[in-house]
Write a protein that binds this ligand. Structure first.
Ligand code: ADP
Ligand code: MG
Length: 159
């Protein structure tokens, strides 16, 4: 892999508002077809971050966990937003037409991506959230592919 197609940054969040703000900044920069993976244990802040993403995409509606629905679609923003929680899927049973979303023109944010690993395109933005205290989180944002590297470099400039 060449240097230009991978880029990683780390940043700290000192509370839910900062996580929302980080998501919102990223939401402003995402492009049609963008894939954002979210790693982190239950309660890490994946869904909260997606709320920020949605806000940055111009979605007013509150974002709630799609765990029991697997997929929620928000159409009222700058780009369609597909919020996926793969926790209840596994490789064999992901036959819900997920490719239509992942290879569509919207932005896909995926919680628990490891459950649908074979569906994930090679190029994507992978975000890992590590709790470091009750209200603090360490974010690692890793971009694979030139378009994602570009987005992440822009985001870094806004932090
Ligand atoms: N810095 C922070 N960033 C994100 N969430 C935080 C932070 N500090 C505390 N929290 C709390 O952690 C919880 C995260 O919940 P949620 O986003 O649903 O997690 P997940 O989707 O990863 O299971 C929320 O209750 C939120 O208020
Ligand atoms: Mg969640």
């Amino acid at each position: 892999m060449s240097n230009s197609s991978f880029f990683e940054i780390k940043c700290l969040s000192k509370g839910p508002q900062e996580t929302l703000a980080l998501g919102e900044k990223l939401g402003h920069l995402l492009f049609p077809g963008a894939i954002v993976l979210l790693n982190g244990d239950l309660g890490a802040g994946k869904t909260l971050f997606c709320g920020g993403l949605a806000k940055g995409l111009g979605i007013e509606e509150a974002i709630t966990s799609p765990t029991f629905n697997i997929l929620k679609v928000y159409e009222e923003g700058r780009l369609p937003f597909y919020h996926i929680d793969a926790y209840r899927l596994n490789q064999g049973s992901a036959d819900i037409g997920l490719e239509d979303y992942l290879f569509g023109d919207g932005v896909s944010a995926i919680e628990w991506p490891e459950f649908i690993a074979s569906y994930i395109p090679d190029n994507h933005l992978e975000i890992s959230i590590e709790p470091t205290g009750e209200n603090t989180r360490e974010f690692t944002l890793a971009a694979k592919g030139e378009k994602y590297v570009e987005v992440l470099k822009k985001l870094e400039a806004f932090l």
